[in-house]
Design a protein around this ligand. Structure first.
Ligand code: UDP
Length: 483
């Protein structure tokens, strides 16, 4: 009977792309892959094109649409995460039916799911299918989420109200309670309780596949291996660090080509690149402050600016730009800024081809919101960072980037609202662009990333073990034997 691996990513193009990258890696090793897609929430307009493109290039990866479903209705206002989690839970019966159908014609070797799809684990396990989580953040966040049920027991109020309290999490630097990832901040939001369920289920999986590599965050990797973050240190799941897994560059438009061309014309390591992920936008006041800081730094820059969303009292907005969002740069940035900096700076609206940008020789620094994909992309490119976390698990990532990886300098934000002054932007841009040590450390980490995915590297070995194949091991053994 054919052997297949079934994958179930959470809704949203980012989750799907990450899972498909894992699929590409695994299918080259042996199995066909079936990716289950939800319908009815976070559907992306380009998903059908994407699916066609992947299926054409990788015939062993196929996609199966689950029947349309909607999130539950709530009596009070809830977070987007809560709606998303309820949507995924409502898909669980369809996932179970689909797994049963697939099992009639193929042996399902494994069921690989996002953390947020944990409610589908039970039905797969009851069919005897080994369940693996694919964790798209690093080991430090894996430790944090695994430890969350313990934190929940230790405290009885919402973390968002614990101003001034620092939490100790194995493998992590002390974390401010109010800076924990949004879905676990507020006990009044259903997302909190869903996350508690997911994080309780997590260690029960056959294994956890992590998009990181062992040498990148050794403290957290050790904490996870020792089981300090799990409820029962004697029952630690197998954790496979198979990264860094970098997504294929997305198709580029005219602006993207232009900014790559511009980068080609700049001197080596002279440009600081600023980009805050798919969702990070700022208030107009903050954008102007960044502009001032950049201008004063004297460095060349490539800056991706998203439309500011005006919201009373908000300095940062965490929303994906919507198609058709228009941005009048001249009215948003300080008077004359674009003209004064036209010989040494480029401002791109909404989106730049980041993986390609970071690989350009002229890029010498990256002001980043500390999203895990951005971090890995910078590590692989050997580009040092200014760590400016905005949302999700980015504050915890900053601690790892600055304290452990030592490839980033952190920005100091205003305590009340996260506002960052022009002076601070100038200072940190200069620091990252002009400090030899941090550049050397970034290049060293790049070498380590390359070594991890090289033939006998830690990530390659982890992947081999995951596939249960010993062919690599026997080749290595042969190489060690006399002629
Ligand atoms: N990205 C990009 N161009 C942009 C903004 C983001 O190519 O202008 C890509 C980036 O390379 C990364 C992903 O979008 O692969 C963002 O993921 P990350 O985990 O860094 O942050 P998130 O958007 O999930 O907060």
């Amino acid at each position: 009977m054919e052997e297949t691996i079934v994958m179930f990513p959470a809704a949203g193009i980012g989750h799907i792309i990450a899972m498909v990258e894992l699929a590409k890696l695994i299918q080259t090793h042996r199995f066909s892959i079936t990716v289950l897609l939800t319908t009815g929430f976070f559907d992306h307009p380009s998903i059908d094109d994407y699916v066609r493109r992947i299926s054409a290039v990788h015939p062993s990866i196929s996609f199966l649409r689950l029947p349309a479903t909607t999130p539950a209705t709530f009596e009070t206002a809830v977070s987007v995460a809560a709606k998303g989690f309820s949507f995924l839970k409502r898909n669980a019966p369809n996932v179970a039916t689909t797994l049963t159908e697939i099992s009639k014609t193929a042996t399902v070797k494994a069921f690989v799911i996002d953390l947020f799809c944990a409610s589908t684990m039970e039905s797969a396990s009851s069919m005897g299918i080994p369940v693996y989580f694919f964790f798209t953040s690093g080991a430090a966040i894996l430790s944090l989420y695994s430890y969350f049920p313990k934190l929940h027991q230790e405290w009885s109020v919402s973390f968002k109200n614990m101003v001034g309290v620092e939490l100790r999490v194995p493998g992590n630097a002390p974390l401010k309670a109010v800076e924990l990832p949004e879905p676990i901040l507020d006990r009044d939001d259903p997302a909190y309780w869903d996350m508690l369920d997911f994080c309780t289920i997590l260690p029960k999986a056959r294994g956890i596949i992590v998009n990181s590599f062992e040498e990148l965050e050794p403290a957290a990797v050790n904490a996870v291996a020792e089981g300090a973050c799990f409820p029962d240190a004697t029952r630690v799941p197998r954790v496979h660090y198979i990264g860094p897994l970098i997504g294929e560059p997305q198709q580029s438009g005219r602006d993207s080509k232009e900014c790559l061309r511009w980068l080609e014309e700049q001197p080596s390591r002279s440009v600081v690149y600023l980009c805050f992920g798919s969702r990070g936008s700022f208030s107009v006041a903050q954008l102007r402050e960044i502009a001032k800081g950049l201008e004063r730094s004297g460095h060349r820059f490539l800056w991706v600016v998203k439309k500011p969303v005006e919201e009373e009292g908000a300095n940062q907005i965490h929303e994906a730009a919507k198609p058709g969002d228009q941005l009048d740069l001249a009215s948003v940035l300080p008077n004359g800024f674009l003209e004064r900096t036209k010989d040494r700076g480029m401002v791109v609206e909404a989106w730049a081809p980041q993986v390609e940008v970071l690989s350009r020789e002229s890029v010498g620094g990256f002001v980043s919101h500390c999203g895990w994909n951005s971090v890995l992309e910078a590590v692989v490119a050997g580009v040092p960072m200014v760590a400016w976390p905005l949302y999700a698990e980015q504050h915890a990532n900053r601690e790892v980037m600055v304290g452990e990886m030592k490839v980033a300098v952190g920005v100091n934000e205003r305590e009340e609202d996260g506002f960052v002054s022009a002076e601070e932007v100038e200072k940190r841009v200069r620091e990252v662009m002009e400090t030899k040590e941090i550049r050397e450390r970034s290049l060293k980490l790049k070498q380590m990333a390359m070594a991890a995915v090289a033939e006998f590297g830690s990530s390659t070995t982890a992947l081999t073990n995951l596939n249960g194949r010993d062919s690599k091991e026997c080749l290595r053994w042969l190489e060690e034997q006399p002629s």
